[in-house]
Design a binder for this molecule. Structure first.
Ligand code: PRP
Ligand code: MN
Ligand code: MG
Length: 179
């Protein structure tokens, strides 16, 4: 385990099994349709890459980059578009893919923003959900794991842009983000 980690919350095998299940569920739900997966950079990148390889209906992807957290560990609530979608989503079956739903502020903004662009349908898929931290209600359609209120990194999730490349999800030692 990385020396900055307190404990591993979800190991590689647990993540792999759950991502397979989510892919199979999405495959069943979207029979006969084409999906547009919208990954929210940068956190969702690793999850999206693994998820789409477990989906067996025609799937394309696009990306949006937004930022609400800046350099800190606490959400500012202000969402900024850093990179917009490349193409129109009008008439498309869109699934927004996130690594984690925390306060819900990022997704609330994204859902409103994308609904206005006229998709045929819009769903949310997140690997992690931290329900205890929710400030606004967002309709999560696919959730990998509900987790306690601890600062987790790895498998796409960062602290100050670090640890995204860890293959597992772990709790960061408090002294690392306090220092
Ligand atoms: C993180 C995370 C989600 C969002 C969740 O992204 O990846 O996108 O915050 O928080 P919320 O529910 O409180 O809005 P971040 O802004 O850190 O950008 P990143 O994905 O590039 O790390
Ligand atoms: Mn993010
Ligand atoms: Mg981040």
């Amino acid at each position: 385990m990385h020396p900055h980690m307190k404990e591993i919350l979800l190991d590689e095998q647990q993540i792999k099994e759950r991502v397979l299940q989510l892919g199979q569920q999405i495959t069943r739900d979207y029979q006969g349709q084409n999906i547009l997966m919208v990954g929210i950079l940068k956190g969702a990148m690793i999850f999206l890459a693994d998820l789409v390889r477990n989906i067996d209906v025609p799937t394309s992807f696009d990306f949006m980059a937004v930022s609400s957290y800046g350099a800190g560990a606490v959400s500012s609530g202000a969402v900024r578009i850093l990179k917009d979608l490349d193409k129109s989503i009008d008439g498309r079956h869109v699934i927004i893919v996130e690594d984690i739903v925390d306060t819900g502020l990022t997704l609330q903004y994204l859902v409103e923003n994308m609904k206005a662009r006229g998709p045929a349908s819009l769903k949310i898929c997140t690997l992690l959900d931290k329900p205890s931290r929710r400030k606004v209600d967002v309709p999560v359609d696919y959730n990998g794991f509900s987790i306690p209120d601890e600062f987790v990194v790895g498998y796409g999730l960062d602290y100050n842009e670090r640890y995204r490349n860890l293959p597992y999800i772990a709790v960061l030692k408090p002294e690392i983000y306090r220092s």
